[in-house]
Structure formats: C-alpha cells, structure tokens
Design a protein around this ligand. Structure first.
Ligand SMILES: NC(=O)C1=CN([C@@H]2O[C@H](COP(=O)(O)OP(=O)(O)OC[C@H]3O[C@@H](n4cnc5c(N)ncnc54)[C@H](OP(=O)(O)O)[C@@H]3O)[C@@H](O)[C@H]2O)C=CC1
Ligand SMILES: O=C(CO)COP(=O)(O)O
Length: 332
C-alpha cells in the first residue's frame, strides 16, 4: 500500500486526494486551517474548499502536524497556492523522507523571482530533479471530484518515477500519461491561466466565440514561443497539458481564472473580482511574471502584457483587445 501525503487541502488538493484514495492509496491531507483538518479527519468532508463532495473516501485523513503528515510518505503532492509555495514548503525541508517522490499540482510562476514551481519546489526542499514531478492537464477540480472521466500528464526527468506517480493516481475515471518535459508542463499550466483571464474578460464583456478563439489561439502561440525559449518540448503544447487545458479552462465558468476575467469584463475592479473569487486565480500574480520572463528570453508577450495593463492600470476589454491586435500587418 502506498502512502501519499497532499500538502494543501484546497479544491484541487482535496479532489486529487480523493483520486489517490480511489486508486487505493493511504491518503493524508495536510492543511493549516484546523476547521479543514477536522472536517476531513472527523467528518470526511471539506466544507470550506470542496463542499460539493458530501463524503470523502474512508482511506483519506488529515492532520495539521507537518512531521506527522509526511513521516511515512512514499509520495508527497504539493497543492498550495503558487505564491505561497516557498513559504509553506520551507517548513517541510527536513521532514520529508529522502526516498519520497514530490509532485506539484500548482500552476503558477513566482512573481518575486520569475521562477516556475519545479524550480521553487526543488530549491526549497533541496530535492534532486529525478525525485520531482509536475502534474498538469485539463483538470477542473469539481468535475474530477464528481468522478467524471478525465486525464492528466505527469512529468519527471526520470520516467520510471513519473510512471510510479501515474500509477498511484490511476482509477477507472482518471488516467495519467507520462513525459520527461517538466518545463513544458510548468509553462503550459501557468501561462494558460493568463489566457483564461483574457478569454473570460472578453466573454464577460459580451463577446462571442470568434473573439474567444482568437485569444486562445494567439495565447497558445505566445505560451509555445515562451515555453520553447525556456527549454520546453514544443510537442507538449499540442497535448493535454497545453491545448487540452486551454480548452477546459478557457471554456468553463468553473475556472477561477476564467471567472475572474469574466468579472473584470462585466466591469468589476481587480479588488472586487478578488473579493468574489472562490479560490486562487493564479493567472493574476503570474501575469507580470510572464511579462518579465518574455523580456528575459527576448520573446514578445502581447497577451500577457495587455493583461498586465488590465490588472495594473485598469484598461478596458476593448483596449486590451486592441493592444493584442498590435499595429501593422504581421505573419501569423
Ligand atoms: N482547482 C482546480 O481545478 C485546479 C487547480 N490547480 C492548481 O492547483 C493549485 C492549488 O489549487 P486549489 O487547491 O484549487 O486552490 P484553492 O484556492 O482551493 O486552495 C489553495 C490552497 O493553498 C493553501 N495556502 C495558501 N496560502 C498558504 C500558506 N501560506 N501556507 C500553506 N498553505 C497555503 C490554501 O490553504 P487554506 O485553505 O488554509 O487557505 C489552500 O489549501 C493552484 O496552483 C492551481 O492553479 C491545478 C489544476 C486544477
Ligand atoms: O487548472 C485548472 C483546470 O485544469 C483550473 O483552473 P482555475 O485555477 O482557473 O480554476
């Protein structure tokens, strides 16, 4: 029996915990908030972050004690809001067993450093690359919590370790593919959130499918160019973690990023949209990090730059789209 610990009992952390439990693992959730720990441990329910699941599996428990959470872990899953990953993980540095694999579900880039989550996790935990995996795909948490069929991708430099993690999260409704392209997965997951903000904004402002398709396609070109410059395999962008996640996230009000953008398009300010957001919208802090990465790699990022002007200067949807069009005629 494999022991899996999930750090962070948010919506996706909890839904993924259920997948792991359904796959037959012993699952321990770690959370800071006592209310969430007690809910999962004593009532098999996370009423704060995943209320739609009435009863979580019996082989899933929770603790607020860091050492107890990871002491016997074979696999540790990190599902903390990206901007807080470093501060949360540093407390686990000397607690995680040296044999454990560590996988990240997070989709964001650290704003203060421009680092991807693979970099943040390995640096903070002093972890060798062959023990780190990224997990990313079209994985809207509520639908997976409802056990609707879905798939994801597990990326690890060591393909055998990717396979171990994929096996640990395989159920009759959830399937994981494997790859070595960690950078590609990280870039896909983080950048599609910026695209989802823009698509949501256009939809909220009342525009239809043509506008959405234009933003998604130009966004895909932008994230592919930036990803390749960062060292990703271009094939990854055409897969589940790339186009797949773009389709799911940019087409669903279940996405916090899409909904955040939609609220901006309806006229809410960034502060107002933040207040009504049901969970973390990673694209918001990640947008400026993408613009900075574009400058670092010499890759134009018109979409992220336009979204950055929305978030920092409050420009309208029409202005954002006109920035995206740019000036003059260019090749696609
Ligand atoms: N929801 C989804 O459909 C999907 C989400 N993801 C990604 O997974 C990651 C987690 O998402 P999700 O679970 O949905 O997000 P939520 O907003 O539901 O939860 C965020 C989690 O981060 C924790 N957290 C925030 N700050 C800290 C801190 N300082 N120390 C410790 N923990 C902290 C929260 O703890 P607390 O509850 O105590 O505030 C909570 O467990 C994100 O990067 C997201 O992009 C990926 C695929 C799908
Ligand atoms: O990443 C997701 C789906 O794959 C979830 O998107 P949000 O973080 O926007 O809710």
């Amino acid at each position: 029996m494999t022991n899996v610990t999930v750090l962070g009992a948010g919506a996706w952390g909890t839904a993924f915990g259920q997948v792991l439990a359904d796959a037959g693992n012993n699952v321990t959730m770690w959370a800071i908030e006592p209310e969430i720990v007690e809910g999962i441990r004593d009532h098999h329910h996370n009423g704060v972050r995943l209320p739609s699941v009435k009863v979580l599996p019996s082989n899933m428990t929770a603790t607020g004690d860091r050492a107890e959470a990871v002491a016997n872990a074979d696999i540790v899953i990190v599902a903390i809001a990206a901007q807080f990953a470093r501060v949360a993980l540093v407390e686990f540095k000397d607690l995680i067993p040296e044999t454990a694999l560590v996988a990240s579900l997070m989709k964001g880039i650290e704003r203060t450093t421009g680092k991807r989550m693979d970099e943040v996790v390995m640096e903070t935990l002093d972890l060798p690359a062959d023990r780190f995996a990224a997990i990313s795909g079209p994985n809207l948490s509520k639908q997976i919590a409802d056990r609707e069929p879905a798939a994801t991708v597990v990326a690890c430099e060591n393909l055998d370790n990717a396979r171990k993690i994929a096996a640990a999260c395989t159920t009759d409704y959830f399937r994981a593919f494997v790859t070595r392209d960690v950078i590609g997965l990280e870039m896909c997951g983080s950048l599609k959130n910026v695209v989802a903000l823009a698509v949501g904004m256009a939809r909220g402002a009342g525009y239809g499918e043509n506008t959405a398709a234009m933003i998604e396609t130009r966004g895909l070109a932008e994230l592919t160019a930036l990803g390749e410059a960062a060292g990703a395999d271009p094939k990854t962008f055409a897969g589940l973690a790339g186009v797949g996640d773009l389709i799911a996230t940019c087409g669903s009000p279940l996405s916090r990023n899409y909904t955040f953008g939609s609220n901006l398009g309806k006229g809410l300010s960034v502060e107002e949209a933040t207040k009504v957001s049901n969970g973390v919208a990673e694209g918001v802090p990640t947008t400026d990090a993408v613009v900075a990465l574009g400058k670092q790699y010499g890759v134009p990022t018109p979409l992220a730059t336009a979204m950055s002007h929305v978030l920092s200067d409050g420009i309208s949807c029409a202005q954002m789209l006109s920035e995206l069009f740019g000036e003059g005629i260019s090749e696609e």
